[in-house]
Design a protein. Structure first.
Ligand code: DGT
Ligand code: CA
Ligand code: CA
Length: 574
């Protein structure tokens, strides 16, 4: 049975969750979380590395013990440590963690005080008003839990796109093995680069569908075949992910690709347009009466309804059809447009690589600059920098810049925005830096008015350059905090500062519709990897997807600027 990195990561995450509910040693918990992150970002399958005899302890955050566990999982598909932890706790307990607003501490209280270990029990207790008396809860959080439970079921069945990508790529390669197959493409929300996907919609072009269907349902990660017909099948993978596969002839490939890319709202609007022109449009082609007039390529489908090709990321019926009609579609930003990255960590705090290693990796990506932005002192858990250690890092960067060629390290900080909107380090120190990224890492539940005021105050600070992960959401873990984002965007315009698109696959924050608003307001966005190791630079591809969903062009993105222009823009904020 093939074990993917995503499977191992899921096991480590569950271990970390259970340890956290158990109030185990925080460093032990972090070790599992870091290892999970390393695996999720790893370009190559751990299984392959092991087969090649590679030493896994060379990977960031993987020590001897974890390397052993990875080998165990790859070989046996099992992890004894997890099984032991599961036995010692109630089944379903980690399900509770997926409910937004419930962290390990609260789950611990629910379990030990009220014997609640399933979402159903939680719902019942909230309805009976039993939660409000629990330490750390109250009437407000009880109401919030009732509210989120309503949407919870729907949310947990989706999966992060970056994770789905690992399953998708393996499956695409598998399907390409069949003789006669010309093209294999993942369509649906995946192709539109939504941050989570409900299922995978895979399209295969071949003249004969039977061999493709037979090969597909024999894939050894399938645990259930829900449907199998002549040209389509639906299955569930061991990971729980649902996959739809459809086989079409080359003459219909464009029409099918178009149709199954969606979104549904976009498709419906285009179909109406086709009808107005006396055309019929479906997954097989575009028809006038009975005659197919288009459908081999996507371009031909759009052409038939009088439009230029529209990039998949825009197809949400949010104005793209009108823009296509008017000839004002954006020239979307691409990965190759980026000149550098402005948010990265090193071993000085919770990163895994040295300054020198990070610089070399950034240069290898072809960039001309990389900003080092460690956490500030308030985050003691990750060894946030105090004044003395930041000064020391500034010196190190200066020295390294003298020595290195082809890459410039910029001096920055990811400084905590304190509860009252002040910044976590003194002005005279921030003044020595090239950029100051402000970040909210605490007090997520302030009222909308207070949270907004807090962030606006921080942005007013003379040295504030950029707001990190502006909404604070963690996909499927934490809802965005309640904040007046349009006001923050307007403030950024007035102050001449920037907003981040944090490219970590579980953040992808700023959210697409606000990217669009920021662009309209003339606020530059910066697509940042938030790298904690050299491998994390690959996150930028996810950030680009998010930026494209937000209609951003090269000129809307700060880190497409060459170094000299960038420096001028950064100085404007200091
Ligand atoms: P997901 O899977 O929830 O992340 O989102 P999608 O967009 O991938 O949705 P899915 O998998 O249900 O369907 C794939 C595409 O098929 C969808 O984007 C558009 C097309 N489609 C599905 N149902 C309909 C429909 O009732 N009418 C039209 N016009 N298109 C549909
Ligand atoms: Ca889908
Ligand atoms: Ca589907």
């Amino acid at each position: 049975m093939p074990i993917h990195n995503a499977d191992i990561a899921a096991i480590f995450d569950e271990i970390a969750d259970l340890l956290e509910i158990d109030e185990a040693n925080p460093f032990r918990i972090r070790a599992y979380r870091n290892a999970s992150r390393t695996l999720q970002g790893l370009g190559e399958e751990a299984k392959t590395l092991l087969e090649q005899g590679e030493d896994l302890t060379k990977l960031p955050g993987i020590g001897k013990d974890l390397a052993g566990k990875i080998a165990e999982i790859v070989e046996s598909g099992r992890c004894l440590a997890l099984e032991k932890l599961r036995k010692a706790s109630a089944p379903g307990l980690t399900e509770l963690l997926k409910i937004p607003g419930l962290g390990p501490r609260r789950v611990h209280a629910l379990y030990h005080e009220l014997d609640i270990h399933t979402p159903e029990q939680l719902l019942r207790a909230a309805r009976d008003a039993r939660l409000r008396h629990l330490a750390g809860f109250g009437e407000k959080s009880e109401a919030r839990i009732l509210e989120t439970m309503a949407t919870h079921v729907q949310q947990t069945t989706r999966i992060k796109r970056a994770l789905a990508a690992q399953y998708a790529q393996a499956l695409v390669e598998y399907l390409q093995q069949v003789g006669g197959v010309k093209q294999v493409t993942v369509a649906g929300s995946y192709r539109r680069c939504r941050e989570t996907v409900g299922d995978l919609d895979i399209l295969v072009s071949a003249e004969h569908s039977a061999p493709v269907m037979d090969h597909f349902v024999a894939y050894d990660e399938i645990i259930e075949v829900l449907a199998k017909g002549h040209t389509r099948a639906t299955v569930i993978l061991r990971s729980g992910l649902q996959v739809d596969v459809r086989v079409v002839r080359q003459a219909s490939y464009g029409a099918a690709l178009y149709y199954f890319t969606g979104s549904k709202a976009h498709n419906i609007a285009i179909r109406r347009r086709a009808q107005q022109r006396g055309l019929k449009i479906n997954e097989y082609g575009v028809y006038r009466k009975e005659k197919q007039i288009a459908g081999e390529t996507e371009v031909s489908v759009f052409e038939a309804v009088g439009l230029p090709w529209i990039a998949p990321e825009l197809r949400e019926n949010r104005g793209e059809i009108e823009a296509a009609e008017a000839g004002t579609l954006p020239q979307l930003v691409g990965l190759a447009d980026l000149k550098g990255d402005l948010h990265a960590h090193t071993r000085a705090t919770d990163g895994h690589n040295t300054l020198r290693e990070m610089a070399a990796a950034a240069r290898a990506h072809g960039w001309s600059y990389l900003a080092i932005t460690e956490h500030s002192r308030r985050l003691t858990m990750v060894h946030g920098l105090d004044e003395k250690r930041l000064l020391k890092q500034i010196d190190e960067i200066n020295r390294l810049n003298d020595e290195l060629s082809g890459i410039i390290l910029l001096k920055g900080i990811e400084v905590d925005i304190l509860d009252d909107g002040r910044l976590d380090l003194p002005d005279r120190l921030l003044a020595k830096l090239d950029l100051v990224i402000g970040a909210v890492h605490s007090q997520f539940h302030l009222s909308r008015a207070k949270q907004t005021e807090r962030i606006l105050k921080a942005m007013d600070h003379p040295h504030f350059t950029m707001l990190a992960h502006p909404s604070g959401r963690l996909l499927q873990e934490r809802e965005p905090y309640d904040v007046d984002m349009p006001r923050i965007i307007r403030q950024a315009r007035q102050r001449g500062c920037f907003l981040e698109i944090n490219a970590q696959p579980d953040r992808l924050d700023l959210i697409d519709t606000y990217c669009q608003l920021a662009k309209e307001e003339g606020v530059l966005l910066c697509i940042n990897s938030d790298a904690h190791s050299t491998g994390d630079f690959d996150n930028l591809a996810h950030g680009i997807g998010q930026a494209r969903r937000g209609w951003l062009e090269k000129r809307d993105v700060l880190n497409t600027r060459p170094l000299r222009q960038l420096r001028t823009l950064l100085k404007g904020t200091m």
